[in-house]
Design a binder for this molecule. Structure first.
Ligand code: GLP
Length: 241
C-alpha cells in the first residue's frame, strides 16, 4: 500500500483530485468507482472546478457507486443518488445513463443486487475505485464480519454506522436500517483503489489498516491482498500510524 500524506482535508482533496484528473485525461473512456460521504465531497468539488476551468471531459466516462440506502428513492435528498447528482454529475458533461448506483427503492431488492453485480461484470473492470472508510473499518457498507468473497448484497447497518451518518437526517429514526452495497470481492476486482481518510475520527481505522493483518472483522483490511492501493490521508488521520 502506497501512503500519500496530506496536510489537511483540503490538501487530501486536492491531491486525490489531481491524481484522478490525470487518469481521466489519459483514459477518457475509463470506468470510475465512486463513493459517498463527507470524505470525497472535497474531491468532487475539485473535479467540478477543473471541469469548468480546464474542460476535462467526462462524456465517455462511466461511473459505478459503491452503495445506496434501501427505501430511499432517488429524489430523496439523503439518497446517495441525490448526493451524486447534486454534488457531482449535474455539474459535469457526463451522460446520466452512464452513471450507476444500486436502486434503493427497487421492488425486488435481491434481484437488484444481482442486476448491479452483473452490471459491474459487464463493465469488465473498474479502472479506479475511490473509497472512504468507516470508523469500524467498513468500506462501501460492508460491515465487520462481511466475507472477503462477498458480491453485491443487502446489509443491515450497524448502529454505530447509523449514528455516524445520522447527522444528515432529521432524526435517528429516519436513518435507514439497511443498504445495498458492492461486496468486498466486487471492490477488490478494481484495477486500482484510492482510499481517502481525513480527521482524527479515522486515525484508529487507518492505523489498523496500515499495521493490522487481513481480517474479516475489519473490512478495509481486505485491501491488503490488492496489489494497487493508494491511501491519501491527512495528518490527523495519520496521527497514530
Ligand atoms: C458511509 C458510506 C461509506 C463511507 C463512510 C464514511 O457509511 N457508505 O462509503 O466511506 O460512510 O463516511 P464519511 O466520509 O462521511 O466519514
Amino acid at each position: 500500500m502506497n501512503i500519500i500524506p496530506a496536510a489537511d482535508y483540503q490538501d487530501m482533496s486536492h491531491k486525490a483530485a489531481h491524481l484522478m484528473i490525470e487518469k481521466i485525461r489519459s483514459n477518457p473512456d475509463m470506468t470510475l468507482g465512486l463513493a459517498t460521504g463527507s470524505t470525497p465531497k472535497g474531491v468532487y468539488d475539485e473535479l467540478i472546478k477543473d471541469h469548468m476551468e480546464n474542460g476535462t471531459s467526462y462524456k465517455r466516462i462511466t461511473t459505478v457507486n459503491l452503495d445506496e440506502y434501501i427505501g430511499l428513492p432517488p429524489f430523496d435528498p439523503n439518497s446517495y443518488r441525490y448526493f451524486m447528482n447534486s454534488g457531482l454529475f449535474n455539474h459535469l458533461d457526463i451522460q446520466q445513463v452512464n452513471t450507476h448506483l444500486p436502486k434503493g427503492d427497487a421492488d425486488d431488492i435481491n434481484q437488484e443486487c444481482q442486476r448491479y453485480e452483473q452490471l459491474i461484470k459487464d463493465l469488465v473492470d473498474i479502472d479506479l475505485q475511490l473509497l472512504g472508510i468507516g470508523q469500524n473499518g467498513h468500506i462501501g457498507f460492508n460491515e465487520p464480519g462481511t466475507p472477503f468473497t462477498s458480491r453485491t448484497h443487502v446489509v443491515k447497518l450497524e448502529e454505530s454506522t447509523r449514528k455516524a451518518n445520522a447527522r444528515f437526517f432529521e432524526s435517528m429514526d429516519k436513518v435507514p436500517t439497511h443498504a445495498i452495497t458492492m461486496g468486498i470481492a466486487s471492490i477488490l476486482d478494481s484495477r486500482e483503489i484510492l482510499l481517502l481518510a481525513s480527521g482524527s475520527a479515522k486515525a484508529e481505522a487507518i492505523t489498523q489498516l496500515v499495521h493490522g493483518e487481513a481480517n474479516e472483522q475489519f473490512p478495509a483490511s481486505a485491501l491488503k491482498v490488492h496489489s494497487n492501493v493508494t491511501i491519501i490521508a491527512d495528518e490527523a488521520a495519520l496521527s497514530l500510524v
